[in-house]
Ligand binder design. Structure first.
Ligand code: SF4
Length: 374
């Protein structure tokens, strides 16, 4: 991996307009105004404050690295590699074998207490059968278990950021019956991690978390599942482009139908948007062009803990939707009959509901700040 000076030089290889475009996108995701865009650019360019990043892989499919690497122009991967100092990443680094392990040890030693760890994948805690069985032995890299590596690397880190559902909460590996005893990194180590779940996570959210750290020297406030509030405070359902169809009782009941072509609500096709928190519609994937519901598939709840167990079957509708005030969600089936002639009433109920949800969130934030002594 190139050193800091090389990376500053590499900055010139990133088109300035594209770079500022990414900074503007990060500013939106963080809920900051236009005034902050130059400050975000400044923070990313300030070589002296450029953090060393160690990216660890555990039980996973590399989808979160792919999310970085497969974006098109402006390439998030290019920006990250040019602007940040990624000192260890098994998928993209040139070194292998002993050389790779030495690079890791060097990065830890030289940046003790200052480096950021990005984790991808779950950590197995179960002990495989047999005489050589070792706790966590279902995953070994360079003769060490994933658990040992995580303990060694995360111990002296400034912060641990988990990308994707697997490192955050165990992901598919932790699905029942969970034969390897897979858990998220925070649970495996008994530490607080910042979690950026989804399958895969949106790179804009992890970069925004790092930018928050560069700008303020702290990690962003999170909810009780360790998810940054700037990205995970709102439900998918409340920002959904199909929400007006839900409120009007217009549902898709068959794939490929006229209703599907018209973009009606996917609730009856199993959409888990009403129980899922993420900023998918705002941040969007593939250079801000699309997201699953926009593409015609219901949300599967991939940013929620244990979603493989709690949100499946993915094509079966939710039967336990939160019913806040006997409002729109309580009448999802009847809504088509009742609200067709009462759109104004529906809008009013929705407004009251949205107001109360916002109030709930604010109370949650105040509670958290009290606990943190702010
Ligand atoms: S149920 Fe799904 S598709 Fe329908 S409005 Fe909610 S999030 Fe959108």
């Amino acid at each position: 991996m190139s050193g800091v000076k090389d990376q500053v030089k590499l900055l010139t290889s990133v088109d300035r307009r594209e770079f500022m475009g990414l900074c503007a996108q990060i500013s939106v995701v963080l809920g900051l105004g236009n005034d902050m865009v130059p400050k975000i650019a400044e923070a990313l360019e300030a070589a002296a404050r450029k953090p060393s990043i160690i990216w660890l892989h555990f039980q996973e499919c590399t989808g979160d690295s792919e999310a970085f690497l497969r974006t098109t122009s402006p390439s998030v991967a290019e920006l990250v590699l040019d602007v940040l100092s990624i000192d260890y990443h098994e998928t993209i680094m040139a070194a292998s074998g002993d050389q790779a392990e030495q690079n890791l040890a060097k990065a830890i030693k030289e940046n003790k207490g200052k480096y950021l760890v990005v984790c991808e994948g779950a950590i197995p805690l179960a002990t495989p059968p047999g005489p050589a069985g070792l706790k966590g032995g279902y995953l070994t890299i360079g003769n060490k278990t994933g658990l040992q590596i995580a303990e060694e690397v995360c111990r002296d880190a400034a912060a641990v950021i988990c990308v994707g559902n697997c490192s955050s909460y165990g992901g598919v590996q932790a699905q029942r019956p969970n034969p390897t005893g897979a858990v998220g990194v925070g649970e495996a180590l008994g530490i607080k991690t910042v979690n950026i779940p989804a399958c895969p996570h949106n790179p804009v959210n992890s970069i925004a978390t790092i930018v928050n750290y560069l700008l303020l020297g702290t990690l962003p406030p999170t909810d009780r599942f360790g998810r940054p509030l700037f990205a995970y405070e709102e439900r998918i359902h409340d920002q959904c482009t199909r929400r007006s169809h839900f409120d009007a009782g217009q549902f898709v009941t068959e794939w490929g139908s006229e209703e599907a072509k018209k973009g009606f609500c996917l609730y009856k096709m199993g959409c888990k948007g009403p129980q899922t928190y993420n900023n998918c519609n705002k941040a969007r994937y593939n250079d801000h062009t699309g997201w699953p519901i926009g593409a015609g598939h219901g949300c599967v709840g991939c940013s929620e803990p244990k979603f493989w167990d709690t949100m499946s079957p993915f094509y079966k509708r939710l039967d336990n939707i939160e019913v806040p005030f006997g409002g729109v969600e309580a009448t999802a089936d009847k809504v088509g009959l009742v609200l067709t002639g009462a759109a104004v009433a529906g809008a009013a109920v929705h407004a009251v509901y949205t107001f109360n949800k916002k109030k709930e969130h604010e109370e949650r934030i105040i509670d958290r700040e009290k606990k943190e002594g702010k």
